[in-house]
Each structure stands twice: as structure tokens, then as C-alpha cells.
Design a protein. Structure first.
Ligand SMILES: *Cc1c(COP(=O)(O)O)cnc(C)c1O
Length: 363
């Protein structure tokens, strides 16, 4: 039940399953390995992974070791899911990785050396290998990958189950850098013929069959974010953040609303004061541009303060306690992200941080 006085985050697991199906239909035969980092983009990695397991997912990606441990705990110690850790093998983390049965995606040569030492003790270790093909963020260089492949003793006892890279500009299908990254990845992948290959995240899935390889790693589009950073009608909103109206105020032209002279209203304005603010992840920059949804229409967000926002409700019927949709099927995350100068990923993780969570649909 939504609590009457606070922001509520409703997570629709049936919508999640719908999006999983849409992406799978575009992924050909590639394995769908969902990305559930940052606690499932703020929506709860445990319930998200359990539902996607039921939909057929068998491997999941997290960023941090601690996220992997939390997901293993949520699924249960004997759960057969593979959990890949994108940070790889931080120094000294071998014991924790083993205890939680996590698969590190190695990102540097020192990590490869450390993994080898671990594998020597344990009699073997399953790993992934991340190769940077142009994003300059994470992964060994292509030259390092060639060198490793030519010196198999450096990989002794390491079972390279996954060879992967990540695209830096896939949200723009016309950007030639994706094809350049693909051309770099193909020969590297061929160096590790036993490993499964993976290049595409959400956006990459839509770049065509050449980008799919053996596994795709969708994140934001599972949660409703469009692959091209704008709303995509094929996908459903998974997260709905709503909050109650506390008060309705009539503000005369020329008066300020909230703090300071930058927020003078130009004309008489009927404003609803809503119990949400930047503490709830509503990005301050979004004021003026962002639209909340109330009484069947989009409503301009006038101000964003720490715990309160004001929206212009015109002459819509409204009473304290009525709920305003700040993010969801109508106030879409890609529109919010554009208004705030960011991406849907950031809206999801910020706007889920303080809200009480309610799950719809079978877990
Ligand atoms: C975050 C991430 C993904 C998922 O990206 P989305 O844009 O959310 O689909 C996939 N792979 C890597 C390496 C990532 O860091």
C-alpha cells in the first residue's frame, strides 16, 4: 500500500518481463545476461534477478564485488545463476569472490596475474576478460589481449568463459565509432575461441545482428529506458515514482515561489506542493523543463527543493493527498533525463534512492 505521506516507488515486474521479451526478440540466439548493477538500477537487484531468472536469464552482471555478494545472498547461496563482476578482481578480493561464487571480469594485467595466483591455489578459476576497444574506460588493451593469447602460460588454469567489450556510442546508430569498435573486437574474440563473446548493452542490441555475438548485456532498456535515449513505445515503464500533494497554493504574479528571485512567477499560478524533492532524486536542474503527470496531463515542475517540489496544476481539480506521478508510464524517464541534462540510468538510480518500494507482479 502506498504510504500516504511519502514518495512511493512501484516496481512492475510484469513490465520488466515484457521488456525482457522485447529485447530477447531483438537479440537473436544470443544469451540475455541482464545488468543489475547499482542494486538493479535502484529497483532491487534481488527481485529483479529472481524474476528475470524465471524468464530464462542465467547470468547477471554487477559492477562491484559488494553488489555481487548482495545478489548472491538475495538469490541464496546454492542458486545456480552466474554472477559476473565488472570490476573484476580487486586486490586481495579472491576469498570474497570465491565465497560468493562470483565470476570476475578481469580488466587489467595485474588482475590477470592475481587471478592466476588464485587459480594456482584453487586448481582453476572461471573468469571473463574485458578488452577496451575504444571507450577508454575499462579493460585491457587489444595489444595486451594479443600478448596474452600468445603466452598461454599467463592464462594457465584460468578458464576464460567470456570475452567482452563495451560500446561507447551505441545510442546513436549513425555514429561510425560503433562499427570501428566492432572491427576491433572481432579479431580479439577470435583469439579466445572457447570463450563466449559479448559486445552489446541495451543500445547495441538494436545495432543489428553483427553486434550480438553469444551474449548481450541489457541494463537500462530492461527498466524502460529507450535504446536511443528517448521514449521507445515498445518498452514499458518498470518504475513509477509517485508522491502526494501536501498543499495547493495560489501565487500572485510577480511573487516568488521557493527560494530567491530566480523563481518569480510571471502570472497567477495555482501550484501543488508535492512531498518529494532532490532528496528523492528529483534533479534540481530539471525545474522548468521537467513535467510531472497529474490529473491526466503533464504539469511543469516549477521548483525543486530538498523535500518539496511545486508543480503548476492550472485549474485541475486537486486535493491534498492526491498523488502526482514524477516518473513512470506518463512522466517517462527519457523525457526526465533530457530535461535534467542526463541519461535514464541516472534518473532511475537517483529517484529510487529514498522511496519506499512496492512490487507488482510475481517475483
Ligand atoms: C552498465 C553496463 C551495461 C548495461 O548498459 P545499459 O546501457 O544500461 O544497457 C553493459 N555492459 C557494461 C560493461 C556496463 O558497464
Amino acid at each position: 500500500m502506498p504510504s500516504p505521506s511519502a514518495a512511493t516507488l512501484t516496481i512492475d515486474l510484469d513490465a520488466l518481463a515484457h521488456n525482457f521479451g522485447v529485447l530477447r526478440a531483438h537479440a537473436g540466439d544470443a544469451e540475455m545476461a541482464p545488468v543489475v548493477k547499482s542494486d538493479g538500477y535502484g529497483l532491487g537487484a534481488g527481485p529483479i534477478a529472481r524474476r528475470l531468472w524465471a524468464e530464462g536469464a542465467r547470468g547477471f552482471f554487477v559492477a562491484r564485488l559488494s553488489e555481487g555478494e548482495a545478489l548472491r545472498a538475495a538469490l541464496g547461496p546454492d542458486h545456480p545463476a552466474t554472477i559476473y563482476v565488472l570490476d573484476g578482481l580487486p586486490t586481495g578480493a579472491g576469498g570474497r569472490l570465491a565465497a560468493a561464487r562470483l565470476t570476475p571480469v578481469l580488466t587489467s594485467l595485474p588482475q590477470v596475474a592475481e587471478a592466476q595466483a588464485l587459480a594456482a591455489q584453487a586448481g582453476g578459476l572461471k573468469i571473463g576478460l574485458h578488452v577496451d576497444t575504444g571507450m577508454n574506460r575499462q579493460g585491457i588493451t587489444p595489444d595486451e589481449a594479443y600478448a596474452l593469447a600468445q603466452a598461454p602460460d599467463r592464462l594457465a588454469r584460468l578458464d576464460v568463459g567470456l570475452i567482452m567489450s563495451h560500446l561507447g556510442s551505441a545510442t546513436d546508430p549513425a555514429d561510425p565509432r560503433s562499427a570501428a569498435q566492432l572491427a576491433k573486437f572481432e579479431p580479439i574474440r577470435a583469439l579466445f575461441p572457447e570463450a563466449r563473446a559479448s559486445l552489446a548493452a541495451s543500445a547495441g542490441i538494436f545495432l543489428g545482428p553483427a553486434y550480438r555475438f553469444d551474449m548481450v548485456r541489457p541494463g537500462v532498456s530492461l527498466y524502460g529506458g529507450g535504446p536511443e535515449e528517448r521514449p521507445d513505445p515498445r518498452l514499458k515503464a518498470v518504475a513509477t515514482l509517485d508522491a502526494p500533494i501536501l498543499d495547493i497554493r495560489n501565487i500572485a504574479a510577480g511573487e516568488m515561489i521557493g527560494y530567491g528571485s530566480k523563481t518569480l512567477v510571471e502570472r497567477p499560478t495555482r501550484a501543488a506542493i508535492v512531498a518529494a524533492g532532490y532528496s528523492d532524486g528529483v534533479i534540481r536542474m530539471a525545474k522548468g523543463q521537467a513535467r510531472a503527470w497529474f490529473a491526466g496531463a503533464p504539469r511543469p515542475v516549477l521548483i525543486v527543493t530538498m523535500d518539496l517540489i511545486a508543480i503548476d496544476i492550472g485549474n485541475a481539480p486537486a486535493r491534498p493527498g492526491d498523488r502526482v506521478e514524477l516518473m513512470g508510464p506518463n512522466a517517462q524517464i527519457d523525457d526526465l533525463a533530457a530535461a535534467a541534462g542526463t541519461v535514464a540510468h541516472e534518473c532511475l538510480v537517483r529517484m529510487s534512492a529514498r522511496a519506499e518500494r512496492v512490487y507488482l507482479g510475481a517475483v
